[in-house]
Ligand binder design. Sequence first.
Ligand code: GLY
Length: 388
Amino acid sequence: MIQSSQSISSSSQNNPDRQEAKTIRVALPANPYDIRLIAAGLDAIGSHLSVAQLGSKLGKKIAVVSNPEIFNLYGDRVLASLEQAGFETLSYCFEPGETHKTFASVQGLFDALLAARFERSSTLLALGGGIVGDMTGFAAATWLRGLNFVQVPTSLLAMVDASVGGKTGVNHPQGKNLIGAFYQPKLVMIDPDVLATLPEREFRAGMAEVIKYGVIWDADLFAQLEAADRLDTIEAIDPTFLLDILGRSTQAKADVVIQDEKEGGLRAILNYGHTIGHALESLTGYRAINHGEAVAIGMVAVARIMVHMGLWDGATEARQLAVIQKAGLPTTLPEGVPVREIVDRLKTDKKVQDGRVRFIVSKAIGSAFVTDSVTDDLVTTALETLTA
Ligand code: GLY
């Protein structure tokens, strides 16, 4: 096993106890990179892309790829920092939303890169949530067979999950993320300050993924979440605690990705709660509930299944439920989605192998494994207890 390393440095002038920066190394053999968590990191991104800081030389041209809303909030700061560091910048915005996560949208970016004469040494910087990151990464992976790629995630979900690990892609009309590539960034720069402008519902959605890491990988993280007074709004979360849960979550993701970059085995555990979650998202047309909410319900459902399988006791299930409720996330099935249809939809999951639906389950908080031995009857019984 290759280890990732974590270093912590404190740089606050006003409060010496406040940790404002952490670096987590994603020590992949061929494509190692840092996740840097830095308050006000947006204003320092240019210097973090220097040879000295990055360890490799980027070409002069860099495109900041975003969506209009995020770009209006943060684009100027990122461009200023890059220009100050001597980069020639281009900015490009995708239309926002899952419906625009298409090959056609990426084609628009390709046209702009062609017009601006981007070269292989040039860089695409994704400034946004998971959709912007996935599409920009896909463009970086494929244009001229590979440009440099930098992730600057602006949603909690993208910070703790989508921006780390190199999954990039776009949707096909028949399904989410069916077209894509594994393509690792050169750097992930996380500025926790940008979460101040994230809508609360999206913050809670990201918290579902944080809870996931606690359950599948990091029992101490789970204990911290249990001990917190509130998890449902960024305003109630102390900056030091926020940096800690961001650090622990990204460390968990890095640990898993280092051991299984291309999802040959272990990486599948990152899909805890996602098997049923994906079915719920697709049955509600990706509108009624968001990804994190669907994962939250999926985690509640799989906990029921685990109790039936004798993997968890009722007390462990209750602990998970309490944390999910504290994060203000839903714990019952959305209205109008029949249990039978959810069970049928599971069969179309990307992770189905040899016709068997695979679930991520756990024997104890802090660990997880994949199983294909969950029967339809068991899923049905569990889901029937989750109706509001
Ligand atoms: N979001 C799951 C993964 O990156 O594998």
